[in-house]
Design a protein around this ligand. Sequence first.
Ligand code: PLP
Length: 310
Amino acid sequence: MELRNTPVDEVEFLGRQIYVKRDDLLDEAFSGNKARKFYHFLQQDLSQVDRLVGHGSAQANSLYSLSVLAMLKDCQLDYYVDHLPQYLIDNPQGNYRAALENGANIIVAESSAVSVIEHIEQFVLPALEARGQSAVFIPEGGRCEYAETGLKILADEIIDWAASKSYADVRVVLPSGTGTTALFLQKNVPFEVQTCACVGGESYLKQQFLELCEDESQHPTILTTAKKYHFGKLYLPFYHIWAGLKQATNIEFELLYDPLAWLCLQREFSENSDELESADKRPILYIHQGGLQGNETMLPRYLRKLAFVK
Ligand SMILES: Cc1ncc(COP(=O)(O)O)c(C=O)c1O
């Protein structure tokens, strides 16, 4: 699997030329930042490994990507969640359904006294070891130092692209959840990486950066949002900018993270017209991080909300 060298499209949106790094095209089943973050594991010989152990939400893009990784590596995926909504069990859909189809075991962590990660560390991994099973534990969303291997490759592609366009400086823009992708990109490109906090707000994101890298000079810049948005909740401006993007660029983005980053850009553009001396004139390279599988559940939710509003 040749997971690298994605094209860069030039699109026009919000009255600006913007470049989009099409990491959504990396591979149909294994795309976006998951392919970059899990690259280390993908390249590794896991033939002696029986199980991949992961955790997170039952709807997460990373659940689906881990299920693909496990399939490719001929391992069993055991994925722990803190709860599993009954409606999802009754109507499997999106990432959850696709992961089940790939053979993932999706398990509700049984101990309520400890977090899912503690449950895995204290009970699951020792129990597997006692049974002579070899397991590789991958933290939620690929948030670990191993993610840097694949993100360094993405960083090098960005550097080569900027050189091919003779750009001495660009701004790299992408939305963050755990901040892993933005942080490791910032560590490996000589350009400013700008991101926004889609999960848990700015202070949570700063904390995530610090846990991966103590040196704050290597942290990405956090773009401020007009208001606080709660992850996973529906916001009509998210849907409208997503639909506008699709129409204007012919590129489908995902609905949980991308809309917030584009709203940040929209806010900046409306405050700073191109003619203004203070406007940031550096070319923008937006990193498309895949995750389109999740739209299968997000889009009907938005369409229901829109029908209700009308
Ligand atoms: C589509 C998409 N965009 C952005 C992110 C956020 O990535 P990170 O957790 O590395 O900040 C994710 C989650 O991994 C994602 O699935």
